[in-house]
Design a protein around this ligand. Structure first.
Ligand SMILES: Cc1cc2nc3c(=O)[nH]c(=O)nc-3n(C[C@H](O)[C@H](O)[C@H](O)COP(=O)(O)OP(=O)(O)OC[C@H]3O[C@@H](n4cnc5c(N)ncnc54)[C@H](O)[C@@H]3O)c2cc1C
Length: 412
């Protein structure tokens, strides 16, 4: 193990949110040593949430695309990085502390930060054309190009990304069907209290839903696809967008001696198990969450929080367990959904507000002992901020709900 210090050579593999934010935080915290940032994509680093929201719906002008870059040219200059884009890491030797690159060269490190994120789980159905997936800027551009008014679009997967694409496709005037084998797919994200209203929201906006039914095949080609469901139904579509989760990008680490189990397994300080001076952060990391055990949290704020945390460990020797802010958002039609903390499947929930009557709601989750552990809000940012504060000081879900109810009464 090398002593903490600001002059070590930090190599960051993965030049997206977690990677660029690590570099930025290192410089902000006074790191003066060399930083090498290696990214497989040739694109200048960009943000992913807009790919299924604002950018997908935009005019794709240069201005629109550039507004979602993670760094401006001036910010990049200031960071004084050795930036290697379009260059995948292909291997890691933790004994000699070297990362191998696709061009056959190696890069030595004092500290390595693994931030290679995840890739879309490949579609099991691959007709010659017409099946699209979403993870990168090019993917989003390809989907936007395919979504023309009147076209029939089948979205396979009713998670956040699938439903955001469905909402965008409806906006383009497409005929949209969302298919998912789970009867109420959003339940796993927003809980049952809001999931059924979310399904209604999609239906009210014109999307067809086929939930509780799986896809067994997609055949044909772009413009003339047949999506076959496991109840025998056949859906005709011009295009199918398959959003069935992601896979951590760890192939390049095979044989490196790290613990790879649905991601790079880390300790509570985000240090990769099995190597010294190697951290894993963002979507690729599987780390011990205080309330939920080992998890891979595929959310923007988590990647950003972990980048800040690891930069402080490297530059300042910060020595504390990582605590996630557990914050996630999604935009669907005119709904702004926010979740904070987590939902314990063995726990209970208390509802404040009324979506139908007031257009907003907060659901506060308790764990099995009754202690508040998280919440989901729709169109109610003030409540969300209040809940975030209250969760930090602890307490039971009912008392948090009571305080929210007072907030409502005061506002009335
Ligand atoms: C369409 C979409 C919408 C989203 N919307 C939301 C949202 O509304 N709210 C929210 O909280 N989160 C959202 N997310 C999740 C959020 O964007 C991710 O959590 C975040 O991007 C994770 O950042 P990361 O840097 O860890 O990984 P990634 O963003 O996946 O970046 C990893 C980078 O590493 C590169 N890489 C991979 N392998 C190698 C290699 N061997 N060598 C070099 N480079 C490599 C990849 O090319 C990629 O550029 C969304 C994600 C997507 C895809």
């Amino acid at each position: 193990m090398i002593e903490a210090g600001v002059d070590r050579h930090v190599v960051i593999v993965g030049a997206s949110l977690a990677g660029t934010r690590t570099a930025q935080n290192l410089r902000t915290l006074g790191h003066t040593g060399p930083i090498t940032l290696i990214g497989a994509e040739s694109e200048m680093p960009y943000d992913r949430p807009p790919l299924s929201k604002d950018l997908l719906r935009s005019d794709w002008s240069t201005e629109a695309v550039e507004s979602f870059r993670l760094l401006t040219p001036a910010e990049l200059d200031e960071l004084d990085l050795d930036l290697r884009l379009g260059m995948a890491a292909t291997g890691l030797d933790t004994d000699t502390r070297r990362v191998s690159l696709a061009d056959g060269t190696t890069v030595a490190y004092d500290v390595l930060v693994i931030a290679t994120g995840a890739a879309a789980r490949p579609s099991p159905w691959s007709p010659p054309s017409g099946v699209l997936q979403l993870r990168t800027l090019d993917d989003s551009r390809a989907i936007a190009t395919s979504l023309t008014a009147g076209e029939r679009v089948v979205v396979v997967g009713g998670g956040f990304i699938g439903t955001e694409i469905a909402a965008a496709a409806i906006g383009f005037g497409c005929e949209v069907t969302v298919v998912d084998p789970v009867p109420e797919p959003m339940t796993r994200i927003v809980g049952s209290e809001i999931a059924s209203s979310l399904v209604d929201l999609h239906r009210e906006n014109g999307a067809q839903t086929r939930f509780g039914v799986g896809v067994v095949d997609i055949r044909g080609e772009a413009g003339d696809l047949t999506v076959v469901l496991d109840d025998g139904t056949e859906l005709a579509a011009s295009v199918a967008v398959v959003g069935i989760g992601s896979i951590a990008a760890t192939d390049w680490l095979t044989g490196a001696g790290l613990t790879l189990e649905n991601g790079v397994v880390t300790d509570e300080r985000l240090r990769a198990v099995g190597a010294d001076d190697v951290y894993a952060i963002g979507d690729v990391a599987r780390w011990p969450h205080a309330g939920r055990g080992l998890i891979r949290a595929e959310h923007w704020t988590n990647a950003s929080d972990q980048a800040r945390f690891v930069a402080a460990a490297i530059a300042q020797g910060q020595d504390a367990p990582f605590a996630s802010s557990d914050y996630v958002w999604s935009d669907q039609y005119d709904w702004k959904i926010h979740t904070v903390g987590y939902r314990d499947p063995a726990g209970t929930s208390v509802i404040v507000g009324d979506l139908a009557a007031e257009g907003r709601i907060a659901v506060v989750h308790a764990d099995a002992s009754g202690e508040a552990c998280g919440a989901v809000t729709v169109n109610w940012v003030r409540a969300l901020n209040q809940i975030r504060r209250l969760l930090l000081s602890g307490g039971d879900a009912q008392s948090i709900a009571d305080q929210l109810a007072q907030l409502t009464q005061r506002a009335a």
